[in-house]
Write a protein of this length. Structure first.
Length: 355
């Protein structure tokens, strides 16, 4: 019996399980899933969990059950490619025949002094819970500074405005406009929404230091009761420590078949993989689909295609509270209630299909 080990029950890991189980898994293959939590977490909804507009249970999806699926709960401490073993904290190592690394990402602090020590995060469910407690224990009139005005920062700022309109929310961004990856029309729409809801945007910012109760923008102190960091990500620490070829962002460089160039039995999915697009749940799922196709061909000793199809992304959707949203669908900008309804519908379908 060969053992396929999947590190991380994120969007990529869940899609691999959904494809293989219950009927596509060969009889001589078993699967071991290793994760820190006993359920899949909807990371795209952590902003709402942190803001307090949804419950913890809302972001959980149970893992599938199968006689040849073994789920181990623990923290990965090392991936030993020579021994074909994954080492766990306070647990026995796990041997693999094939390995899929989907350990996700962590905050990147860009060497800003105090950022790691004095800011809150929404990069994991544990950190999102801590951020929720801190934000919702604040007295009225407190100042919340959110560093980074990409999708995560914008959604957190808008959701927090809806959850706690008594707070003063400041959104810091390095560019001339927030949501720099989106068309100007969308960023302008979101900026106007923030203006109408008394969320302050600080453009062309440069956060130079963070201290307890103080954020420094261009070395000028700004009183902040809480600072939430949403200004960049990097691969998981375990991946950063691996002795393999990586790109400038620290993501692992792969063959067209999503495996390590020197090891056809080790695959990387999601935030840790060097791919042409920015990391996203949608990209991880598309990549996972292709990894399953490659695994099935290799297990059946079938010839692999030289190239795989380009992963097509359908678009990006963001929320502005519970009633408004924005996004790009098939490269077409959409705003308002339709965008928010689309996002809610996609989330419902995902939970219904996977749960």
């Amino acid at each position: 019996m060969k053992n396929l080990v999947i590190l991380g029950g994120g969007y990529g890991g869940m899609r691999i399980l959904a494809r293989l189980l219950p009927n596509e898994l060969p009889e001589d293959i078993s699967i071991t899933l290793i994760d820190r939590t006993p359920y899949h977490c909807l990371k795209t909804e952590y902003y709402a969990l942190a803001a307090g507009t949804i419950s913890d249970q809302h972001v959980r999806v149970p893992f599938p059950e199968h006689s040849r699926l073994n789920i181990k709960y623990g923290e990965v401490t090392e991936i030993n490619l020579k021994e074909n073993k994954v080492y766990l904290k306070e647990n026995e190592p796990v041997s693999y025949d094939d390995l899929v690394i989907g350990l996700g990402c962590e905050d990147k602090y860009h060497n800003v002094p105090g950022a790691k020590e004095f800011t809150y995060s929404i990069q994991s469910i544990e950190k999102s819970r801590q951020t929720y407690q801190a934000l919702n224990n604040l007295p009225p009139g407190s100042v919340v500074s959110i560093v980074g005005a990409g999708l995560s920062g914008v959604e957190l700022a808008s959701e927090l405005n809806e959850s706690r309109p008594d707070l003063k929310v400041k959104l810091f961004d390095r560019g001339n406009h927030i949501l720099s990856a989106f068309p100007v029309r969308l960023s302008t729409y979101v900026e106007n929404w923030f203006d109408n809801h008394n969320v302050e945007i600080i453009n062309n910012s440069n956060i130079t230091r963070v201290e307890e109760g103080t954020l420094y923008n261009h070395h000028e102190p700004i009183q902040s009761d809480i600072v939430v960091w949403t200004a960049g990500i990097q691969p998981n620490k375990i991946v950063r420590e691996m002795d393999v070829e990586k790109d400038r962002q620290g993501r692992i460089i792969l063959t067209p078949h999503h495996n390590l160039p020197e090891n056809e039995h080790v695959y990387v999915v999601g935030d840790c993989a060097s791919l042409p697009h920015a990391p996203s749940a949608q990209l991880a799922e598309g990549q996972a689909e292709q990894i399953v196709d490659i695994l099935l061909k290799r297990w059946n000793n079938q010839e692999l295609p030289e190239q795989l199809p380009t992963i097509k992304l359908k678009g990006v959707l963001g929320s502005l509270g519970k009633k408004h949203g924005f996004g790009l669908v098939a490269d077409r900008p959409i705003t308002g209630r339709v965008a928010r309804l689309l996002k809610s519908g996609i989330l419902w379908m995902y939970k219904y299909h996977n749960g």
